[in-house]
Design a protein around this ligand. Structure first.
Ligand SMILES: Cc1cc2nc3c(=O)[nH]c(=O)nc-3n(C[C@H](O)[C@H](O)[C@H](O)COP(=O)(O)OP(=O)(O)OC[C@H]3O[C@@H](n4cnc5c(N)ncnc54)[C@H](O)[C@@H]3O)c2cc1C
Length: 436
């Protein structure tokens, strides 16, 4: 079945917001304390904090404020990390995992606090998230996970039996669920626009259409730092913070070869009648399923069903976006047959950044600061890491358990930033979903 012709290959969130204006004629300053590369959640949250602390900050963005994943995502502000807690404990030990989990809870408070302080109107709501089990053995594992999380991290999750699931979701295909009331939802486009405004109000200078092309060590007036060549001229900065996530490119080769850019895609339906919306998601949760090749979905504040997934593994282009619209619509109807006759009005895609160990990483690489690797959990973690790295650059010693964990590239160095293995990885994930 093909999708209705009213479908727009366009990000729905873009229709909900006006972005702050920057002066495209303004020239770059000769010197700055910090050059932040990338105007998404990471870069803008860092720029806001650095500017508040008195640093002269420039944000250099290839495209426009929020152009990357930060405006294209599902707006799910989630606790936890991409990897499950048992895997985290076996890999990092109890103490480090405890600090990581505590940080993941603090990320949600961090987002809420910034939104409150900056009065960002972005529909933030502590609506909680619901994970749903695609197989009985996934559901059996929920009780074990909830027990470990309560015992080790003092955090309560609620396991929902299949026969109670209708209070959470209007779908009968799942074997049960698990709820975390601490997670939240927001409109990411309004949030990133608000962060941009907040960074500018604090004194950061944002330069859009300013792609960073080369970064070289250079001294200036006797100080060590970096000479940065951009599409709009060059400048010198004492420190550089790469906040480029899934769009990391040639300017930072060491970072690029440690990240795999993976496409994720979303459709949004027409506005649903209120009773239908309530039936689909009675508690308005942020919902995702238990597969590797997962679906994630939610209602928008104006009651559209927003339904996303890794429908194609490759980053967004006309082909992957169009193909994803069909795949996601079929997926949505499998979950919610009630939406069989509902029009899909929008489809768009964006690029996520995965490290090879599927963990967030932050710190210093080749003398430059960075924070990356959010693996689809970046709304809260990117905001938090931007802030933590800004604190570190300002001379504080913030607790940040993601600094210093081993950050390797591909085994045997088989990767220089061009992900030739994505079709195999996609097939592998599908295989894992079949057998596990
Ligand atoms: C479809 C989709 C759905 C998602 N859903 C969720 C979700 O529901 N919940 C969640 O927690 N996470 C989600 N994520 C992940 C989340 O959006 C990201 O982790 C987060 O936005 C990363 O923010 P960032 O600021 O680090 O990077 P980005 O927002 O990607 O920003 C990086 C910026 O760097 C710029 N840039 C790159 N190279 C250069 C250069 N050389 N010079 C200048 N600028 C440069 C880019 O133009 C870009 O604007 C989703 C992602 C996608 C794509």
């Amino acid at each position: 079945m093909t999708i209705e012709m009213s479908l727009q290959e366009k990000n729905y969130w873009l229709t909900t917001v006006d972005f702050p204006q920057t002066d495209l004629a303004q020239s770059l300053p000769a010197r700055a304390d910090v050059a932040v590369i990338g105007a998404g959640f990471t870069g803008l949250s860092a720029a806001r904090m650095l500017a508040k602390r008195g640093a002269k900050v420039v944000v250099l963005e290839s495209s426009t404020i929020g152009w990357g994943a930060s405006s294209r995502n599902g707006g799910m502000v989630l606790t936890g990390m991409k990897l499950g807690v048992n895997k985290l404990i076996s890999r990092f030990g109890r103490d480090l995992t405890r600090r990581m989990y505590a940080a993941s809870l603090a990320t949600i408070d961090c987002v809420e606090q910034i939104i409150g302080e900056e009065k960002i109107d972005c529909d933030f709501s502590r609506c909680g998230h619901l994970e749903v089990a695609c197989k009985q053995k996934h559901f059996d594992d929920y009780a074990r996970q909830a027990e470990v999380i309560a015992r080790e991290f003092n955090h309560q999750l609620r396991v929902v039996q299949k026969n109670e699931l209708s209070a959470e979701i209007g779908s009968t295909i799942y074997h049960g669920g698990m709820v975390d009331e601490v997670s939240a939802g927001l409109n990411p486009e309004r949030y990133v626009a608000g962060l941009g405004r907040a960074a500018m109000n604090a004194g950061a200078a944002i330069f859009e259409r300013t792609q960073v092309q080369r970064i070289e060590r250079a001294s200036n007036q006797g100080e060590q730092g970096w000479s940065i060549t951009t599409a709009r001229g060059s400048l010198w900065a004492r420190e550089v913070f790469a906040a480029t996530s899934g769009y990391t490119g040639k300017a930072t080769p060491a970072l690029r070869k440690r990240l795999i850019p993976i496409g994720s895609f979303i459709i949004a339906t027409e506005i649903l009648p209120e009773p239908l919306a309530r039936e689909l998601s009675p508690r308005n949760r942020m919902i995702y399923d238990s597969k590797n090749y997962l679906y994630y979905y939610r209602l928008t504040p104006d009651r559209r069903m927003l339904f996303g997934g890794r429908a194609a593994f490759f980053p967004e282009n006309d082909q992957t976006i169009r193909r994803s619209a069909e795949i996601l619509r079929r997926g949505m109807i499998d979950v919610y047959p009630q939406l069989r006759d509902t029009k899909v009005e929008y489809v768009w895609g964006g690029t996520l950044d995965f490290a090879f160990d599927i963990m967030p990483h932050a710190g210093l690489l080749d003398g430059m600061y960075y924070a990356v690797g959010y693996a689809g959990h970046g709304v809260a973690m990117a905001t938090y890491q931007g802030q933590k790295i800004a604190e570190l650059m300002s001379g504080d010693k913030p607790d940040n358990p993601f600094i210093g964990i081993k950050f390797s590239g591909a085994p045997l160095g088989l990767y220089n930033g061009k992900p030739w293995f994505l079709p195999f990885a996609g097939a592998w994930y599908k295989f894992l979903d079949w057998v596990s």
